[in-house]
Ligand binder design. Structure first.
Ligand SMILES: O=c1ccn([C@@H]2O[C@H](COP(=O)(O)OP(=O)(O)O[C@H]3O[C@H](CO)[C@@H](O)[C@H](O)[C@H]3O)[C@@H](O)[C@H]2O)c(=O)[nH]1
Ligand SMILES: [Mn+2]
Length: 725
């Protein structure tokens, strides 16, 4: 630990093996150039199809500032107990509590979430002193109780655990019943705010200050002040766009400016908790650094997850992004704003432009809430107006101020616009994870999440903030490229789909698309394929992944590209023509017992039927049919023997790998009986689609090939019987 504490704040280290890396990437690039040359010089012309058939070608100082933590929730899928664990974890930061304010944004406006927060504010009176006394970390009670097995303070532990469990069961009961216990309801005036509530999309602003210095009861059991705690459900009306998470964040920014006006804003998703009670102080070190701090707009921590299994079936750990790519971006001006676990300067988030003269006098800061001689009730009423759904009309909120609207990745777009205003960001990746969250634990959820991400990325690419053109000259070219790399995710669906479909169909027909093994052209193909896949695997293993984990990630890589990215691409285009509306599909955070058990066992969960799963299953079957078809023909009809494997080695390899990687899909379609299998409807649709693709393709190309029907030997061997269909 000592070594960690004394490591410098800003340090630029060259990665090891840079020379090797440069040579390697250069040779890969040369290989790719050869492949392009091959492609261009080997385009089949219709009348030449026969030719293709022949096998020949082919440090911290505590200033007078206050920090706040923003969280948001939706009680159906985001259970209140999880949300209050997030809240409690950040309330217990090792930081002067009088300078810490915690706000919970509840976008569903649920009285049960409010009830849970009320309970949490009472439990916190015991929990915070307990954390201080025993140096508890993680400070999320649920997570702490899970990790602690033996302790020197067994008695206290038993007591606090019992308190927690009682609270938990009260909240869970209320959630199960769907209403707050009558006696609680009548005791706390806060609940009366729900009297005029009609639905989660139609209600007034609900705002309640649960803990505040001015309130004498807001002290913990040791008599210490507690962090400020506020519940907010912004006003929502069906006819007014609420702009999802960005809208919620902007309401919080305004409301908090009235109540506490902390200089630094930390935002955390409701499904993450603080796992490192020092991280707040560490992040402040970057922002308050005398030499560099004035350039830094935000400090981003990596998104890490608590529920990743050994071989990470859904590639949820995002290892390469957070352990390699973000560090790389850090040297080019700083990482993306990833939406959670990020410490912002309030004024920069609110639109301030960079200037060399920008200097922050941290001592100048005054807590606005304290300055006002108003009662808590008045403060609440005044703040409510700031969360009204019409407040932003004819203002720059969402356009230049606060989080930007109109994109499913509002956070990444906001981060980019901050960079374009001249600021830098910092990637802070402490050894002890700063935050831990919940990664999706079913395939459909993973695909939906990646669809939202890739769609948002593509929207940014096409928007007026595009890193490709708008950012030109405003951020470094390297950073521009890095942003474009993410922003063009959706576009990669096309080449991936091409490689999943066309070579296999041509394999079925016996037409080589790649050079044969004995041709010199084979070398660049083999080099690029082997070089790239072994490098990716090594990188994955360096990042403490397993070989199976790498294989799983490769599978998810494929599924994302062929389904999430495809749908994201199409949706983005439709949206840009006004044919479809923005949505934010909130990720589920809890799963049924059986689903969780399968997740622990790393059995792929399909469960529901969705167009994305149909695409995945269709491609899996298409490859299976093509490969089987090819083998059958080879065994039963061909006189060419194994020559096909020389002529079409790469196609056989590609189809073969696609079939192997899709084994969980075949199992889900035909072999499994549990609830997590692929539904019958998907099985029927995908089988029909894959078979029709094979037949249509055969007939189509036969139609093209008719004049050459009898030209090459292979033609006669490979085209025939299938034509009877
Ligand atoms: O209308 C909305 C929608 C979402 N949220 C909150 O936004 C957070 C993130 O939503 P979640 O469903 O958990 O999405 P994830 O895909 O898990 O989140 C990742 O991706 C999002 C962008 O797509 C980022 O904003 C998140 O920070 C990042 O963790 C949660 O706390 C939600 O309660 C709202 O407050 N209002
Ligand atoms: Mn989430």
């Amino acid at each position: 630990m000592a070594a960690v504490e004394h490591s410098p704040l800003f340090e630029t280290k060259s990665a090891k093996g840079r020379v090797f890396y440069k040579i390697f990437s250069l040779t890969l690039f040369v290989g790719i150039c050869f492949i392009w040359v091959f492609r261009v010089s080997h385009i089949p012309r219709e009348s030449e199809v026969g030719k293709w058939d022949t096998p020949s070608d082919g440090t911290f100082s505590s200033g007078n500032l206050s920090d706040k933590d923003y969280l948001k929730a939706d009680p159906g899928i985001e259970p209140p107990v999880m949300v209050i664990n997030t809240v409690l974890s950040v309330m217990a930061y090792e930081y002067p509590p009088d300078k810490l304010s915690v706000y919970l944004s509840d976008d569903a406006g649920s009285d049960i979430t409010f009830y849970a927060l009320l309970e949490a504010s009472i439990f916190a009176k015991q929990w915070l002193p307990f954390c201080r006394k025993f140096k508890v970390d993680p400070t999320s009670p649920a997570a702490y109780f899970k990790t602690i097995h033996s302790s020197t303070h067994a008695k206290e532990l038993v007591t606090i655990k019992k308190l927690y469990q009682d609270m938990e069961s009260r909240i869970e009961n209320a959630a199960k019943m769907g209403r707050v216990p009558e006696e609680v309801h009548s005791k706390h005036k806060g609940f009366s705010q729900w009297d005029s509530y009609s639905s989660r999309r139609d209600h007034d602003t609900i705002l309640q200050i649960l803990l505040h210095e001015k309130d004498s009861s807001s002290k913990d059991v040791d008599g210490n002040v507690m962090p400020l705690l506020v519940y907010l459900a912004r006003e929502k009306r069906p006819q007014v766009a609420h702009n999802f998470k960005a809208g919620a964040m902007n309401s919080l920014i305004r409301v908090s400016s009235m109540i506490s006006n902390g200089e630094i804003i930390l935002n955390v998703d409701c499904d993450m908790y603080s796992n490192n009670s020092q991280s707040l102080r560490d992040a402040l070190c970057f922002l308050m650094d005398e030499d560099m701090g004035h350039e830094i707009a935000y400090v981003q921590t990596p998104q890490c997850f608590e529920n990743i299994t050994k071989n990470d079936l859904y590639g949820g750990a995002l290892r390469v992004i957070f352990e390699v790519e973000f560090h790389g971006m850090d040297s080019l001006g700083g990482p993306l704003y990833a939406g959670t676990g990020c410490f912002h300067r309030r004024e920069i988030l609110c639109g301030r432009k960079f200037s060399d003269q920008y200097e922050k006098d941290w001592n100048e800061y005054k807590n606005i809430g304290d300055m006002k001689e108003v009662s808590l009730h008045e403060l609440e009423e005044q703040s409510k107006a700031l969360a009204s759904c019409t407040f932003e009309i004819n203002t720059l909120w969402g356009k230049e101020v606060g989080l930007l609207y109109g994109c499913s990745l509002d956070d990444v777009m906001t981060g980019l616009s901050i960079k374009c205003r001249g600021w830098k960001s910092v990637f802070y990746n402490p050894q002890r994870r700063a935050f831990l969250g919940v990664a999706p634990n079913t395939l459909p959820q993973t695909l939906v999440q990646h669809k939202r991400w890739s769609e948002g990325c593509f929207q940014i690419f096409l928007s007026r903030h595009s890193p490709a053109w708008h950012a030109y000259g405003l951020i470094s070219p390297g950073l521009q490229m890095a942003y474009c790399y993410y922003n063009l995710w959706a576009f990669i669906c096309w080449p991936t789909l091409y490689y999943c479909v066309i070579p296999s169909l041509y394999l079925l027909k016996g037409i080589p698309l790649f050079p044969q093994m004995s041709s010199p052209w084979f070398i660049p193909f083999a080099y690029v394929i082997l070089g790239d896949s072994s490098y990716c695997m090594m990188e994955f293993l360096w990042l403490k992944g397993t070989v199976k984990g790498w294989w799983n990630e490769l599978r998810i890589w494929l599924y994302k590209r062929t389904s999430s990215y495809l749908f994201a691409f199409v949706d983005t285009i439709l949206k840009s023509f006004g044919f479809s509306e923005s949505t934010f599909v909130v990720s589920a955070k809890v799963a049924e017992e059986e689903v969780s058990q399968r997740y622990e066992k790393e059995i792929m969960e399909f469960g529901s039927s969705s167009p994305m799963l149909t695409v995945v299953a269709t491609l899996a079957l298409l490859n299976l049919f093509c490969l089987l078809g090819m083998f059958l023909k080879q065994v039963f009809m061909s006189e060419g023997g194994l020559r096909i494997f020389d002529a079409m080695a790469l196609q056989v390899l590609l189809s073969g790998v696609l079939v192997l990687i899709n084994v969980p899909v075949y199992q889900g379609l035909f072999l499994r009986k549990d609830e997590g299998r692929l539904p019958m409807s998907v099985a029927a649709k995908s089988t029909a689609l894959a078979l029709s693709a094979c037949f249509i393709f055969r007939n189509l190309t036969n139609w093209f090939d008719l004049p050459d029907q009898f030209r090459g030997e292979r033609n006669t061997l490979w085209r025939e019987e299938w034509m009877e269909d």
